[in-house]
Ligand binder design. Sequence first.
Ligand code: C5P
Length: 300
Amino acid sequence: MSSVTVRVPAKVNVQLSVGPLREDGYHDLVNVFHAVSIFDEVVAKESESITVQVTGDWSDQVPTDGSNLAIRAAQALAKHAGRTYGADLVIKKAIPVAGGMAGGSADAAGALVACNELWGLGLPLEDLMEIAGDLGSDVPFSLMGGTAVGTGRGEQLCELPTGGTFHWVFAPADGGLSTANVYAECDRLREESGVEVSWPKLNDSLMEALGTGDVYALGSHLSNDLQVAALNLRPDLAATLDAGRQHGALGAIVSGSGPTCAFLAIDATHARDLAGSLTATGAARTAVAAHGPVQGAILV
Ligand code: C5P
């Protein structure tokens, strides 16, 4: 096989509850991931060494050296297989970079699936999930897709059944936010307020809304503990969220660590209208309609 193509989705967090800071620098989470139909594509071609090239939206913001998460994923897979392998990776980006939608994690997951196939390793998903967890907290979910609750630092996943398709609008913001900086800001604000941080719990009403496909209930139960921190670092996002609510979004939240804003729409038509209104009024420079859940990294 000389070339393999994999498609990987973005995610939004419909619940992101952040527990106290752990000794290893991470936080225990209850993280309800939902994969949505904005996709990066990862192509892997036979080669002597492991390289990466990035094309498409936002591509100038992605490093192509050894810090690139897709390169690190391919290297980790080769190490797991105990051999030296090469692959030229070409990533076609549509997921915002440093946008809170797991774009880097998606590319790492895509590289794992692509190289597993290109190199004929035939490793089962469980092995790829284990390698993924070492690469980053969100990488296992990018492999799995669908809707799932992540505990631990977000890498221990349990699939959640959903009762339908949900329609969303995503408004990427100019300039990214570093996930580590947003968590640090969250810790700083918590310390400043002196409030004791409680252990994160799954929201039963949110589970019910997902299970029954009740979009109105889902809209009212969306939550993100990182939102206050993200808004503190990017105060301009508050106006974007407000504009979405004014245009009838059933829920408006920062996606993960931001700065992308996520809006839940009533249906596909409403999502298209909402995206149009956000850009026409200048509340967002771009706005993309998408739906979820969708499946994780797949060969195409
Ligand atoms: O796991 P990942 O590399 O994506 O995490 C990036 C950063 O986000 C970590 O270095 C950490 O600062 C923060 N983080 C956290 N708690 C988590 C996940 C991520 O504090 N559960």
